[in-house]
Design a protein around this ligand. Structure first.
Ligand SMILES: *Cc1c(COP(=O)(O)O)cnc(C)c1O
Length: 398
């Protein structure tokens, strides 16, 4: 048993002091992440109301999709109702079929796994690495080498007999995963790559935007993300045929015609309303300065915690430029036992903090799913503490 000693309390109190040195010494409550509306949000949303173009058709949807393409460098973007719906569609378009398995990090938000189940497929959990917080290429390769059979280029799980169709790397807290390491493993085992880029809008891997490396990628514009449309998401792809199908599948499968209602597939009503897209267009205009502020917030945290042992501020992997969507403290392994005391002390001091997600293989719907050994996921889940990350915490604007 760990003795919750004075030393632990001093450690937790020291974290409060150092966070306060960045966030302001007043007793003000500080949220974990708040949206920032400092640009044309009011004007664009008002324009929708004034013109009555509020729903699923309108110029802001088209503009939002074009703006996403220019920011991410992908050829096509299809705006949808949320990031989970975007992931669901990406997996369907990637050819995930009922009874397949899809490789998903155990350290992620539950939506990644849920989207797999919406396809009646099964998530197969893989470990992450501490350097990126994302899927570990080495662990994945070792695991597949021991459990997978390649038959005519198609990957099968020897233990379950199921086809393993796709890999969904996730860019945790905005930090790009090791794509140079993962893509060759995916190729070797015939896996389609779908990026869960829900958290990484604006993050670059070797100068290229995340979401540009897989066959398809999903973005989220939920209220807590770096850009919000209230609720929203997008599908990114460089493949024109997949882009057409993405639009078709998310707009009820309607065959374009001035008055006829013909539908050639069972499809979805997942299109983003114009009202939400209007908010998104304004948000994208201020994304570059938002990222600059988040990167500055990271530098302030790093300076504040330099010289404190037992904890560090998570820093973007080499060769990456992260959006630093959510800032994270990483406790040393021998301090993991103090995590809850740190969470209690910081929240009691009005500084909202929280642990990382409960790993997927501990969640009731997913306990029985196939997985590899997950030591790094389990260690990180004990040691990560997310700390206040709103861009407004760095001055120079609203
Ligand atoms: C936010 C998020 C999603 C889901 O996006 P929603 O818009 O909330 O549906 C999926 N994956 C990850 C990793 C996320 O952080």
């Amino acid at each position: 048993m760990h003795d919750h000693s004075v030393d632990d309390r001093a450690f937790a109190d020291e974290i409060v002091v150092r966070l306060r040195s960045v966030l302001g010494a007043g007793g003000d409550a500080v949220a974990l992440h708040e949206p920032c509306f400092s640009g044309n949000e009011w004007d664009y949303v008002k324009e929708c109301l004034d013109t009555a173009w509020v729903s699923s058709v309108g110029k802001f949807v088209d503009r939002f999709e074009r703006d996403l393409c220019s920011i991410t460098g992908t050829a096509h973007a299809v705006a949808v109702v949320n990031g989970t719906a975007a992931l669901h569609m990406c997996l369907k378009l990637a050819g995930v079929e009922p009874g397949d398995e899809v490789l998903v990090p155990a350290l992620t938000f539950v939506a990644t796994a849920n989207a797999v189940r919406y396809c009646d497929a099964f998530p197969h959990f893989v470990d992450v690495e501490e350097r990126t917080l994302g899927v570990s290429p080495a662990a994945l390769r070792d695991h597949l080498a021991s459990i997978a059979d390649l038959r005519a280029g198609v990957c099968f799980n020897r233990r379950t007999g199921r086809r393993i169709r796709a890999l969904v790397p996730m860019h945790t807290f905005g930090h790009p995963v090791d794509l140079d390491g993962l893509l060759p493993v995916a190729t070797e085992f015939g896996l389609v790559v779908v990026e869960d880029a829900a958290e990484s809008l604006g993050s670059l891997y070797r100068g290229r935007h995340t979401g540009n490396f897989g066959c398809l990628a999903a973005l989220s514009f939920n209220g807590n993300k770096i850009v919000t449309t209230g609720g929203g998401g997008a599908i990114l792809t460089n493949d024109p045929d997949l882009a057409w199908q993405a639009k078709h599948l998310t707009t009820t499968g309607k065959i374009s015609h001035p008055w006829r209602f013909d539908h050639d597939v069972v499809a979805y009503n997942y299109r983003l309303p114009n009202l939400n897209a209007a908010l998104g267009c304004a948000q994208l205009e201020t994304l570059p300065e938002g990222i600059e502020r988040k990167r500055e917030l990271f530098r302030r945290y790093r300076a504040a915690f330099s010289g404190m042992s037992g904890v560090r501020v998570f820093e973007e992997p080499t060769d990456c430029r992260s959006n630093y969507w959510l800032q994270a403290l990483l406790l040393d392994e021998d301090r993991a036992v103090v995590r809850d005391e740190v969470l209690a002390a910081t929240n009691a001091a009005g500084l909202m903090t929280r642990p990382a997600w409960t790993p997927m293989h501990y969640l009731a719907p997913y306990v029985g799913c196939p997985r590899m050994a997950l030591p790094v996921t389990e260690s990180l889940a004990r040691r990560i503490i997310n700390v206040p990350s709103s861009q407004q915490l760095v001055g120079g604007g609203a």
